[in-house]
Design a protein around this ligand. Structure first.
Ligand SMILES: *Cc1c(COP(=O)(O)O)cnc(C)c1O
Length: 435
């Protein structure tokens, strides 16, 4: 499979090149040259097919022979080796829990798959320079990337995070691993972190000496494996005659774009809802057909505080830039913090199901859609474990959120982080010392 740049000003590349480069040289996102169709026999036999077999069949056409089949099978096995249950919440709504992975958010799946692919490609290339994955995080990405790359041979990971601006759970997940994972606690904001990373990528005197790569969420090796859990959702969906509506809490729109890709490949889904918080660029676009980016607004579902969702261009491409075609399959709505909290509380009290703030945004969006389409039923993607946001959740429900075992272990480990002012010189000399 070849991948072309959506900006059309760079040559098409292989899966390996797209994984290593992340973004095309013309700053466009990579997009597969064609959309492979999944075998009808796989769709019919989902219920009796193992998760790793489903994942292998879904991803294989995108990787081709660039990774030997046996190794690719092992990679998907390691990527999906935790439960992804579909839990009924009401008669009409079920939650697909994507938070049973090591860092308790859905990003584990993309990060685990990408780290293993990159580890393989780097090993094949026998580079002289050390490979350094450099990433800035506002919270969930850092933990998933750190965990995904932990102990991957030939790859060093450097994560920049803003001091005091990530939750304590997120900070422990970033800073307690050690080995090939280094955390830089930046005395500044997330924007400072991102700026430093950008500067490093454009510093040729640095990139001549270190092979820098990013684990950004636009990377095809993070984006494509997110299709897996839409297949796992359908595998657990009882009513094969009536496919579900799926509501996806959305920020950068990578997750929902993977769902739409799965659907274009033949997975039966009735409709997709992109549920957003106050960062409503896409909901407004669906009303006005005007795409106006904004400065991100902070909310209680902070992983979705994105003012310029990078993956939306991929969604437009999937629908051939045809608005009526998009509208038929895709709705997007904006939910306020107040509505999010009220939903969290109501579902906890009435259904005894505890959502996290992101899941609550998705839940209310789905409920509203189903009110207008009473013959349909739906699935909300629960993208993070509520304990990751206990500071928001506990005051709303009035009850403590018990720590899962894996997490209470992490919370006790010593924090390993290097404090740094937001100075590019400091970052540069840190990176060069790693050589
Ligand atoms: C990253 C994240 C999202 C948003 O996912 P996108 O693919 O960026 O749309 C939603 N919920 C949680 C918990 C996240 O960590």
């Amino acid at each position: 499979m070849k991948y072309f740049s959506l900006n059309q000003q760079a040559p098409a590349v292989s899966f390996q090149e797209a994984t290593i480069l992340g973004q095309a040289p013309d700053k466009g996102l990579y997009f597969p040259e064609r959309i492979p169709q999944v075998n009808k026999s796989l769709i019919d036999a989902l219920q009796t097919t193992s998760n790793e077999e489903i994942a292998f069949q879904v991803i294989h056409p995108y990787v081709g022979n660039e990774i030997p089949d046996e190794l690719l099978y092992t990679i998907v096995q390691e990527t999906v080796n935790f439960p992804i249950p579909l839990v009924p919440v009401t008669d009409q709504i079920a939650a697909l829990e994507l938070f049973h992975g090591p860092t308790l958010a859905f990003k584990d799946i993309g990060a685990r798959f990408m780290s293993r692919c990159l580890g393989y490609f780097v090993g094949q290339q026998q580079r002289k320079e050390k490979v350094v994955v450099l990433v800035a995080t506002s919270g969930d990405t850092g933990g998933a990337v750190a965990n995904g790359f932990y102990d991957v041979e030939g790859v060093e990971v450097v994560i920049l995070y803003p001091s005091g601006k990530v939750s304590s759970v997120q900070e422990q997940q970033l800073t307690t691993l050690g080995k090939n994972i280094q955390a830089l606690e930046i005395n500044g904001t997330f924007d400072d972190c991102q700026q430093l990373v950008k500067q490093a990528f454009s510093d040729q005197s640095l990139t001549d000496r270190l092979f820098l790569t990013s684990a950004n969420s636009i990377n095809v090796a993070r984006w494509l494996p997110q299709q897996f859990y839409y297949f796992f959702a359908l595998k657990q969906w009882q009513d094969q005659e009536h496919p579900p509506v799926i509501s996806v809490p959305s920020g950068n729109f990578g997750n929902i774009c993977a769902g739409l890709l799965a659907c274009k490949s033949g997975l039966p889904v009735s409709h997709f809802i992109a549920a957003c918080n106050a960062n409503d660029v896409v909901p407004r676009y669906m009303q006005t057909q005007q795409y106006e980016t904004m400065k991100a607004v902070p909310t209680i579902s902070n992983a979705m505080d994105v003012g310029n969702p990078s993956n939306f261009v991929r969604i437009l491409e999937l629908f051939h830039q045809n608005f009526p075609e998009l509208q038929q399959k895709f709705t997007s709505v904006s939910i306020s913090d107040q509505e999010t909290k009220a939903t969290l509380k109501r579902v906890y009290e009435q259904q005894h199901y505890l959502l996290d703030p992101h899941g609550a945004v998705g839940y209310l969006a789905l409920e509203r859609y189903l009110n207008e389409h009473p013959q349909e039923r739906g699935i909300v993607l629960e993208t993070a474990h509520p304990v990751k946001f206990y500071d928001v959740v506990e005051p709303v429900t009035g009850d403590p959120v018990p720590l899962p075992d894996a997490l209470s272990h992490i919370m006790k480990l010593p924090k390993l982080a290097t404090k740094m002012d937001p100075s590019y010189e400091a970052l540069r000399s840190f990176l060069l010392k790693m050589k």
